[in-house]
Design a protein around this ligand. Sequence first.
Ligand code: PLP
Length: 472
Amino acid sequence: MSQLFRHLPAMDHILGVLTDDLDIASLPRPLIKEHAGAFLDICREEIRSGVITDQEHLALDILKPRLLAYVRAKSRPHFRRVLNATGVVVHTNLGRSLLAKTAIEAVVEACGHYSNCEFDLATGLRGSRYSHVEKILCDITGAEAALVVNNNAAAVFIMLETLAKGKEVIVSRGQLVEIGGSFRIPDVMTKSGAVLHEVGATNRAHVHDYENAINDETGALMRVHTSNFRVVGFTKEVTLQEMRALGDRYNLPVIEDLGSGTLYALEGEGLLGEPTVQQTVAQGADVVSFSGDKVLGGPQAGIIVGRKEYIDRIKKNPINRAMRIDKMTLAALEATLRLYLDMGEARKKVPTLKMITASQESLKSKARRLGDGLRSELGDLAQVSMRKGFSRVGGGAFPEYDLPGTMVTLHVEGLSAEALRTALLETNPPLVARIEDDLLVLDPRTLAQNELKLAASALGQAVTALNRKEMS
Ligand SMILES: *Cc1c(COP(=O)(O)O)cnc(C)c1O
């Protein structure tokens, strides 16, 4: 065994092989050295444990493919693109919305050049970073004023901190939601300094519940979109119009956290029950907040629109500075909003909307192409078939709606669906899929046309990797 150690390739030779590879050669030198050292350690361990028993296996020519694959895999950036075959369009773990082409271009322009980010080109003086999106937000939503912060969680916090700190905010018990990532309305409210005053029962709240709760300490009335759940059956919530009337009678602001929020009326697409931001403004909410990267399909942002007197107060809150969005977000948001000036354009060009509203034919044709790709990649190894199934909007929007579509299912002889799904997380790019009835299910809705080949190749890689493991 100790003889074998002497046959390990020299570090210099290993580095020579690595720097001959164009991709690897462009990496920082110290990183290449570190990975080369780690690779040698693995070889040493394999000698010790008896995996390598022959000096021929230590020849650099023999080790080379493994060495290159090892260093390539180790040196990939941590933040990576993945293929989303889950069919969840706004998938928070996978980065939520994809930006429209014009929004991507706007980001590239904004971050590669100086800009009028906070500079007023009309006067040559300091300008406001919000000026770029305030007018267009007002034009689209019909609100008097608008403000953008880092995300909707920040928006909810700053609305409450500004308008209701030290005061009571009345909320229905049926709307005290927890969304993912431990964002809970009661907790956010406590942190903002507002005091939660719960009314109603879990399933029902009436106008008189709110009215009875109003007292000298009341600072605002609030409605929260229940997001990822629905109370069904014997239920009642107070409408925004009723709340508006109450707010007028007692001179209290009405705050609405719309959660996802949509500017595009999805009712026409058969998705009912989510009011648009425009409707919410028209029905009299004083301040409305929603996410930029949920159904809107833009960058991560929390958008607040509403009455000027309230928005002005929020703008002046010193905390606003800590929630300020950066120039890339601004550029992407303005470009995305511009698409909404023509709703038909928005539907065609905002990827999130396009995926939500994809036609049955287009989904079927994508499924067919994906199936063909898988068959040519895997041959007789796999049984590939198509079946009807459902996708999801995600992001807490339309939780009770299944979006019908065509799925591709896959069974590979001798491999469990779970093993396949796990192996797919290590392909390049990784692919995220789901399992139903012990079958691997790929939903083409969230794969772009030009990703169908990549998805098939990922399965090829996964099956090869699993079969190799089986043999060793
Ligand atoms: C998603 C959501 C939030 C948080 O929005 P982020 O943009 O993720 O910060 C807040 N309230 C509701 C009701 C939501 O659905």
